[in-house]
Design a protein around this ligand. Structure first.
Ligand code: SF4
Length: 661
């Protein structure tokens, strides 16, 4: 049977051969991996062999939607990109909102598999089931808005949806983003550099099709309830007060209040005068309109306009919380005009705002400590809080000029090249610069960062129950655990279980694909809501059972980790930067705290079925998840844990509750 929610076709784009072919999506692919992250994980496992150069033609870039993309279910207007990361050399992945994902579905495709390397720059034009490569010589060198406008003009279609790279992707900045709908960034892990290395400047889509669901009545009822949960449910007031009023910038103040706002290259977690860069200041000074992604009533996006000063007239979308922190407190810049300009420049050049800001913070700390000097920086004095220098470095990074050439490698590679003590100040985990969290003041973030397949960020497994004290959800989701301990930010106990639970939950969310804002923050949807949406949309009856949906999420988690294990990942990679484990938090509510990772890792491995000594999966862990062929290959490579997964004591099983199984 053909499942609902899918168009049932994907495009195989071979840039070396200049060939674009449509193929049917195997039903097994849909049933086992759902969409988005799941399908990308299977494609990359099958097609990207160990040892491949992330910037070489053998790397594969997957652009994917999910079975809910383009439907009425809120908020489902997202798409994702995945590849072997040129920044981390492991699993790379990034998601974006806007309208591109829905348009790709309406054009007749569920996902794209992009391989090879074009002999000269090209862009991919997709329109209602037709697809072709076109020459992009005239687009090369253009910014994201220029590229989008040029394509719209060429097609005579102002509504065409474009995902593209800017100059940063062309110059192979290892944290270049793929941008869609002008301002939506698939930012992390350098998928934009992969696109640039392939010579693919842009993908433009236009579609007038529709998405058929299996059980229209059941699905509509699920949609109605989901919309109602945002509008009238117990979280409606929270949403009105936070996301709709401030977007994600509301987190600047909220994170500072719990001592989790990275300040001065993650040196601290608290800014006494946060209101200078807080959400209300941004709202009052810059916000001129609300916006939303496809089909989303939450409207957390906004248009900002700079009305005075040196950047007068700059109009953009955002910034998001992560950008405010990366270009504000984390480099000690208080001038919000600089933050707005950094956001604008990162977007038009196609740069991940988090990694780019982290690179500047890294340089500022190295300069302060005398590990680099003016001889290294081309004469620049790189001092904390100097917004003009920060923006100058941003320009250099995007063009890979001057000191920006080195910073464009990412902090870890740059630190290695600089040598000496420099690696100590590259605040990253497994090659990815840390996002705007701190494991000292939110202990479960330590487990999230350490076990995250893409490195130090919060979007693969962040536990929100302890983050903002959603006590009722702790009781509901972990009935056998003490909710007070679950909700204690500063206690590592149970956090390994909670992170594993959230990783499975996020994996499903990222495969359906839904926006986490309004799904996870606040924690509105969980496996029962996912089960209802997936089963009514697709008609896959097994997924009417929330536990089957959890098992699906677990399978995707195992497969992504197996991708990393195959290229060498083991327990030694499940680690944290010493800033979080050895340097006590200097001030704020978490003053004196460090993160103790080991107890959380023990819980995480136990519940996930990984060996405590090596962090490798057991054969039966993978086989029980339906990944027998993956176990077979890891076994051949000597990358499985020895023996069988130990039986868990009954008391442990019940203690880990819904999160632990
Ligand atoms: S919550 Fe915000 S980011 Fe998410 S889909 Fe809606 S408008 Fe887009």
């Amino acid at each position: 049977m053909a499942y609902g929610g899918y168009q049932g076709r994907f495009l195989d784009v071979d840039l070396s051969a200049g060939r674009v072919e449509a193929h049917p999506v195997p039903e097994e692919m849909q049933r086992m991996y759902l969409g988005g992250d799941g399908i990308a994980a299977r494609v990359l496992w099958d097609e990207v062999a160990p040892g491949v150069d992330p910037l070489g033609p053998e790397n594969v870039l997957v652009i994917a939607t999910g079975p809910l993309t383009g439907t009425l279910f809120p908020p489902s207007g997202r798409w994702m990109a995945a590849s072997l990361s040129p920044l981390t050399s492991h699993w790379g992945e990034a998601h974006a909102g806007g309208f591109f994902g829905a348009e790709l579905k309406y054009a007749g495709y569920d996902y794209l598999v992009i391989r090879g390397k074009a002999s000269a720059p090209v862009w991919l034009c997709i329109s209602d089931g037709r697809a072709e490569l076109r020459r992009a010589a005239a687009l090369w060198g253009k910014t994201v808005p220029e590229t989008t406008e040029t394509i719209a003009r060429e097609l005579g279609d102002p509504d065409v949806k474009v995902a593209c790279i800017g100059p940063a992707g062309e110059k192979l900045v290892r944290y270049a983003a793929i941008m869609s709908d002008y301002w939506r960034a698939a930012g992390r892990t350098g998928t934009g550099a992969v696109m640039g290395a392939k010579g693919l400047k842009a993908i433009a889509v236009r579609g007038s099709g529709r998405v058929r669901v299996a059980d229209a009545e059941g699905f509509l009822a699920a949609c109605r309830d989901a919309h109602r949960a945002h509008r009238e449910g117990e979280w409606a007031d929270y949403i009105r007060r936070t996301s709709r009023r401030y977007g994600t910038t509301g987190l600047t103040d909220a994170m500072n209040a719990i001592g989790r706002l990275p300040v001065k290259n993650h040196g601290d977690g608290y800014l006494p005068d946060v209101e200078r860069v807080g959400c209300e200041a941004i709202r009052q000074r810059y916000r001129v309109a609300h916006k939303a992604c496809f089909g989303c009533a939450l409207q957390c996006k906004y248009v900002s306009h700079v009305s005075s000063g040196p950047y007068r007239g700059t109009r953009s979308e955002g910034p998001e919380y992560e950008t405010v922190d990366a270009w504000g407190p984390n480099i000690l810049v208080y001038d919000l005009d600089v933050v707005m300009q950094a956001n604008y420049l990162c977007n038009i050049y196609g740069l991940d705002t988090i990694s780019a800001g982290a690179a500047v913070a890294f340089a500022m700390e190295l300069y302060e400590r005398g590990l680099i000097g003016k001889d290294d920086t081309g004469g620049m004095e790189i001092r904390w809080g100097d917004g003009q220098v920060a923006l100058a470095l941003l320009e250099q990074i995007a063009r890979r000029e001057g000191f920006g050439r080195l910073l464009g490698e990412g902090c870890d590679l740059a630190a290695r090249e600089i040598g000496g003590e420099a690696p100590r100040y590259s605040i990253s985990v497994n090659g990815l610069e840390a996002s705007g969290q701190d494991p000292r003041s939110h202990k479960s973030v330590g487990c999230t960062y350490a076990t995250n397949v893409r490195g130090a960020d919060h979007l693969r497994s962040l536990s929100v129950i302890d983050e903002l004290g959603f006590h009722s959800k702790a009781v509901e989701r972990f009935p056998h655990l003490d909710p007070e301990v679950c909700g204690n930010l500063l206690d590592e106990t149970y956090k390994g279980y909670m992170v594993a639970d959230q990783e499975e939950c996020f994996a499903v969310c990222d495969s359906m694909i839904l926006c986490k804002y309004g799904v996870m923050w606040p924690p509105i949807y969980y496996f029962p809501e996912f089960a209802r949406a997936i089963s009514t949309a697709t008609g896959m009856e097994e997924y009417a059972d929330p536990e089957a949906v959890r098992a699906l999420g677990r399978r995707i988690c195992h497969l992504r980790r197996a991708f990393n294990v195959r290229v060498g990942w083991d327990r030694s990679r499940d680690t944290l930067h010493p800033r979080f484990t050895e340097e006590p938090m200097p001030s704020g509510p978490a003053q004196g705290q460090v993160c103790h990772l080991e107890p959380m890792l023990k819980e995480f491995y136990e519940v996930r079925g990984y060996d405590q000594a090596t962090g490798l999966p057991y054969r039966d862990t993978l086989e029980q998840a339906g990944l027998g062929d993956v176990a077979e290959e890891l076994g051949r490579l000597g990358r499985l844990a020895p023996g069988l997964r130990p039986a868990r004591p009954r008391s442990e099983k019940s203690r880990s509750g819904g999160g632990g199984r």
